[in-house]
Design a protein around this ligand. Structure first.
Ligand SMILES: Cc1cc2nc3c(=O)[nH]c(=O)nc-3n(C[C@H](O)[C@H](O)[C@H](O)COP(=O)(O)OP(=O)(O)OC[C@H]3O[C@@H](n4cnc5c(N)ncnc54)[C@H](O)[C@@H]3O)c2cc1C
Length: 135
């Protein structure tokens, strides 16, 4: 007999959006699983600049302290030649842009999701999603 999948929500994609959503669902008591088509560790970096508000939201979930040490803090940016913006003037606990690999943010979010009981199913080399590939 085939095993049955017992869950309330399936999230497709273990990028920052999917992982954060899974954490929020789990915190709200909703059972969820995440399907990820990558079979290997995350190695991409697109979302590499985390702004103050993102860091504040991560902080609201107790995650900022794990993310900040993974990045480089930029306090002054120059969006145009001759123009510089001092982010330290922001009224924020995180007056910066944090340059951090997306994979680093994903690792922190994935660890939290798993802590909250979310099961993440990577795709196997055969192209099917399998719980047996996760510990
Ligand atoms: C060049 C570039 C630079 C960027 N720089 C920034 C930046 O500095 N800061 C910033 O905040 N954002 C930046 N972005 C936007 C960035 O892509 C997003 O912020 C971030 O990647 C969004 O995360 P996500 O989880 O929505 O999507 P993704 O990071 O794309 O993650 C989606 C995940 O879903 C998986 N997936 C997709 N389809 C399926 C499927 N059918 N089945 C199973 N799994 C699937 C993928 O393998 C992937 O792991 C940039 C984008 C680009 C293209």
């Amino acid at each position: 007999m085939k095993p049955t999948l017992s869950t309330d929500v399936i999230v497709v994609g273990a990028g920052p959006t999917g992982l954060m959503l899974a954490c929020e669902l789990a915190l709200a008591g909703v059972r969820c699983r995440v399907l990820e088509r990558r079979a290997d560790e995350p190695n991409i970096t697109r979302a590499f600049a985390l702004h103050a508000r993102t860091l504040e939201l991560l902080d609201a979930r107790g995650l900022a302290d794990d993310v900040v040490p993974r990045g480089v803090q930029i306090h002054v940016v120059a969006p145009l030649p001759g123009v510089s913006v001092d982010l330290r003037e922001l009224d924020s606990r995180y007056p910066m842009v944090l340059i951090v690999p997306q994979s680093g943010t994903e690792m922190v979010l994935q660890a939290r999701a798993e802590q909250l009981g979310v099961v993440i199913w990577p795709r196997t080399s055969e192209g099917v999603f399998s719980a047996s590939t996760v510990g």
